[in-house]
Design a protein around this ligand. Sequence first.
Ligand SMILES: NC(=O)c1ccc[n+]([C@@H]2O[C@H](COP(=O)([O-])OP(=O)(O)OC[C@H]3O[C@@H](n4cnc5c(N)ncnc54)[C@H](O)[C@@H]3O)[C@@H](O)[C@H]2O)c1
Length: 403
Amino acid sequence: MDKLRLGVIGAGSVVREIYRHLYFHSDYSRLLSIEAAADPSAAALSDFCDPYGIAAELRYGDYREMIASIPLDAVQVNTPDSLHEEPTVRALKAGLDVLVPKPLADTIGAAHAMIDAARTSGRLLVVDFHKRDDPRIREAAARYRRGDYGEYQCSVWYMLDKLMVADPNHEPRFFASPDFVERNSPISFLTVHMVDALLSIIGLRPVSVCATSWNQKLSSLRPIAPKGCDMCDTEVRFENGGVAHIITGWHLPNAAHANTVQSARLICSNGMVDLGLDTPGFRELAAEGIQERNPLFRNFEPDGSVSGYGISRPGRLYGQILRFRRGEMSPEERDRILSPVELGFWTTVALQAAERSLALGEGRERGTTRGVAVDVEELVRAELGGAAEAYLRPEATEGACRG
Ligand SMILES: NC(=O)c1ccc[n+]([C@@H]2O[C@H](COP(=O)([O-])OP(=O)(O)OC[C@H]3O[C@@H](n4cnc5c(N)ncnc54)[C@H](O)[C@@H]3O)[C@@H](O)[C@H]2O)c1
């Protein structure tokens, strides 16, 4: 086998912005044969399939029919976060391997069901958290793990999008379908990237989460006034006493120097790391103003191919799936790939805990909501019952969910 026969489930914005480049114009395209696509939206199907000549009979309105009808090795589940579980579990049980874009799922229960289905079906499940392949995050992680900075103490992370990302009144629309802000929050869309990047550096487990949100800008937009928040500050406390504040939102003026204004500072007992995440490449002055360009993430090469860690991360995950299907992966490597840390289980926990914190919080002055502190162990136990121990005390449970 030299190519994976891939079925694409969900062909919306992330496929348009990232994955179609991976599938058809990257160094990893040779690993993949795009066999079919499934999406209930006929418009999404034709936007994706027409340019690449995917035949009409290989376009499905229902992914279940696609999985049942044609020979596939793997699927990629690009549906909204709340719809990752069902297609993933069905595909795993049908003997296919699965890649999902971040986050694994939006609830702890769904994340557990997906991890469990991967382990019991004997297949592979991988999650595309592309920041894990950002060379700066990788290097910071390697140095932290080597002990260069000492014990993690605290950090502040920013990921603030231009307003046009969330504004349904902006033409052309970016990610913002009319109900984008109602279906997504800065926590589910942005905080998960930064929580996961932080966890990939420090490898600590969160123990409590408390969020604050602001709703002042989006509700003032016209003619469509989206119902959702501008910005959230998620405070995460870790098992070693360390703290992080993850500040994310999508209401910066469109004149911002990058689509996503982002940075982080980590302070440890013996040192400090500054990650200038939005100054990765070069500064451009053109008719539209000054912009920071990020060729590290997504780079359009002169030969028409697309590179960068937005492409290499999922590309390398497909390399793993191909090795697994060829029988070239050891059981230990598969166990590591299916560990909760690797699959982003704790990132989903932080996401659900932050949303719970706000849901239980109190509305305050001028559109702010102050959340309550959510205890992570209590939340995982409440969501998973007896299955919680495998995540909370992996050393005491029979290796079911290591890590
Ligand atoms: N890698 C990244 O940085 C990144 C960026 C954006 C989104 N994402 C993630 O990608 C996923 C998709 O996000 P998006 O922005 O493309 O959303 P989107 O709403 O633009 O697209 C989702 C698509 O899924 C389709 N869909 C819905 N139900 C379906 C079903 N049952 N079967 C098949 N298709 C179905 C919709 O019709 C739509 O075309 C989300 O999990 C999101 O968090 C990741």
